[in-house]
Design a protein. Structure first.
Length: 253
């Protein structure tokens, strides 16, 4: 690796765990492992002032928060030498780096959402089941809202898993939507809790609804056109009668 290089790190389940972080004195900042089914992945960038040498890469558990925690020596990275001109190029490159995407891809057969950034794609009008695996004992205490929902959804469940169902609005434009969470004892504003994406093509229910509206609009247009034609015909008939009456008066004279 050279200063300024970006490294993509992939790990299989068993080699690392979701939300663990990797660090090294050679990296600009830590990388958090996110799910991109079937792999865990993150990206890290070698700092521009890193000197030549081999550096350990440490793996920190998701719950490691203090110096008493002991990270695992997970890998090593070797950094090649770079002159001052290369370091200047590196600094310009690093300033222009785009932030990494936070979206994750979980297994399609897993419940949604598995994380705050488990972005699944649904069609407008779909009936969606929401699952919460982390709030045991909160039956009825958590309400979820989104601009994509037709209603406020309340998470219910007497055991560890809470669920709710909602229907996605037919007038939701394609794009990314945030789901906000409100707890019964909450004092501050609602917090982003999950995200979903509305597909470009609507679901069957919405497509049928749109088709019905289109047919109704076409029917009204035809009726108005027919009525207008009737008015014109009536006017033409009246004009013909008036001409005949004038003709009779002329002959009589």
């Amino acid at each position: 690796m050279h200063p300024g290089d970006t490294l993509t790190v992939n790990a299989k389940t068993g080699e690392a765990s979701y939300a663990e972080t990797i660090t090294s004195s050679a990296f600009i900042k830590a990388g958090k492992l996110r799910m991109m089914d079937p792999l865990l992945t993150t990206t890290v960038t070698v700092a521009c002032d890193t000197r030549p040498g081999t550096y350990p890469v440490l793996l920190h558990g998701a719950g490691d928060v203090g110096p008493e925690e002991h990270p695992f020596r997970w890998a090593r990275v070797h950094v090649e030498a770079a002159d001052e001109a290369a370091r200047r190029v590196c600094r310009n490159k690093v300033r222009k780096l785009s932030p990494p995407s936070l979206e994750e891809r979980w297994a399609p057969d897993s419940t949604w959402p598995q994380s705050e950034w488990d972005v699944r794609t649904f069609r407008a009008g779909s009936r969606v089941t929401i699952t919460d695996n982390y709030d045991e004992g909160s039956d009825g205490d958590i309400t979820l809202t989104s601009r994509a929902f037709t209603d406020r959804s309340v998470l219910r469940g007497a055991r560890a898993v809470l669920t709710a169902t909602t229907t996605l609005r037919c007038d939701s434009a394609p794009g990314l939507y945030v789901v906000y969470r409100h707890d019964a004892d909450q004092a501050g504003p609602d917090k982003p809790w999950a995200r979903l994406r509305i597909a470009a093509a609507p679901g069957k229910a919405c497509a049928a609804q749109q088709g019905a509206k289109h047919s109704a609009g076409t029917s009204r247009t035809s009726t108005v056109a027919w009525a207008a034609g009737g008015v014109l015909l009536a006017a033409a008939a009246g004009a013909a009668l008036l001409l005949r009456a004038n003709s009779r008066r002329t002959h009589s004279a």
